[in-house]
Design a protein around this ligand. Structure first.
Ligand SMILES: Cc1ncc(COP(=O)(O)O)c(C=O)c1O
Length: 375
């Protein structure tokens, strides 16, 4: 296992060099004050002791209502387990079924917790690269990587780090792969509220055939712009939920009750979660406008998530990691190199910039880069 993650490394470097931090995926803007008011209300109405293991019923019900509104799918408390964040939800999913020697297919580049989680339970990671230009799934390669030992496949759309999203044909191809097998799907949908240009997010929840074998993982950190709260939920069919909770009860047991209360009340109110995609699309567009005259190439516009990829091919011969460090130290803008999202640290000369920031932060980053490049 590596020492510290690239996110920790780049955020620390940004702090050390007083650089604008567009590296780690967290917003720098104020939370909706209603959330703070509900926290206070939770404190005052005694939501301060252990919550029930599966989650506060009030929050489970609010989640079910929200899922019904957004996805037109009816979930019950038997489907929903509240978790201390999505990273935990993914770990706990693996903990609930993975046995030594089981194979898990991971599409690379991938969020960095997946592979260490699989290995923690003696599983074998089978890496399938996404297309190097479009970052779309190569389903032939996935099919070729499937064996009798394949136990699970982990997917992520909208995708960190590339900002790509799945199309209907991807879901059809996935069905072909898993049909007549007992392969589980872990669907990391933490950016479900952030998909751009009329691409409303399609959830595995909406496909009965796929959902019947799935752990669908969500993060309130990403939806409410409160990543530090570390709270999310995992939705599964009831039989899988039972297995999930057997692991959860001995790993985390439950999630802090006061934030569960606050989020439940917040979800019940009319707080414009549906406007998130358009406000984040505006941030993506601001970053693209501000970066337009810089000597980077934009391979494609992000269609979801907090992130935009840029390429520096032809601009520097440094590795992506070295170039990201140089930009942090000299241009005073921190980003994340793409290579750590690959097990073999494959260098595609691309950087990931986070646009979940105040407009002023994005403009300051562009200003610093303009000065550095003399653009
Ligand atoms: C794809 C992906 N999955 C999971 C997470 C983690 O979510 P949480 O903070 O709720 O653990 C992140 C955070 O950056 C992410 O990008």
């Amino acid at each position: 296992m590596k020492g510290v993650t690239i996110f920790t490394e780049m955020s620390a470097l940004a702090q050390k060099h007083n650089a604008v931090n567009l590296s780690q995926g967290f917003p720098d803007f104020e939370l909706d004050p209603a959330l703070g008011n509900y926290l206070k209300e939770g404190f005052e109405t005694a939501y301060n002791q252990y919550a029930p293991m599966p989650g506060l019923p009030l929050l489970q019900q609010s989640i079910a209502q929200r899922v019904q509104q957004k996805y037109k799918v009816q979930l019950t408390t038997q489907h929903i387990t509240v978790t201390p964040g999505a990273t935990y939800g993914i770990y706990c999913s693996f903990a609930s079924f993975l046995k030594p020697g089981d194979e898990v297919i991971i599409l690379e580049p991938a969020y960095d917790s997946y592979a260490p989680n699989v290995k923690a339970f003696g599983g074998k990671v089978i890496r399938v690269p996404l297309d190097t230009e479009t970052f779309k799934v190569n389903w032939n390669k996935v099919a070729q990587s499937k064996t009798a030992k394949t136990k699970a496949l982990i997917i992520n759309t909208p995708h960190n780090p590339t900002g790509t999203i799945w199309s209907p044909s991807d879901y059809e191809a996935l069905k072909e792969i898993v049909r007549d097998t007992d392969i589980r799907i872990i669907s990391d949908e933490v950016y479900d509220h952030l998909s751009f240009e009329d691409n409303s997010h399609y959830s595995i929840l909406q496909d009965e055939e796929l959902f019947s074998r799935s752990y669908v993982v969500f993060s309130f950190g990403k939806v409410l712009q409160a990543t530090g709260w570390k709270i999310g939920f995992v939705a599964c069919p009831p039989s899988i939920t039972n297995e999930f909770r057997k692991a959860h009860q001995y790993i985390g047991f439950s999630v802090n009750s006061i934030s569960q209360y606050a989020i439940a009340k917040f979800l019940q109110g009319n707080h414009q979660l549906d406007a998130l995609s358009s406000s984040f699309q505006a941030k993506r567009d601001l970053l693209l406008d501000e970066f337009a005259h810089l000597p980077f190439t934009i391979p494609f516009k992000s269609l979801g998530s907090y992130f935009q990829l840029v390429s520096f091919k032809g601009l520097s011969t440094l590795s992506d990691r070295a170039f990201a460090i140089e930009l942090t130290q000299k241009a005073k803008v921190a980003s994340i190199p793409l290579s750590p999202f690959y097990q073999e640290e494959k260098d595609t000369q691309m950087l990931r910039f986070c646009f979940a920031k105040n407009d002023a932060t994005i403009k300051e980053a562009a200003h610093n880069l303009t000065t550095y490049f003399g653009a």
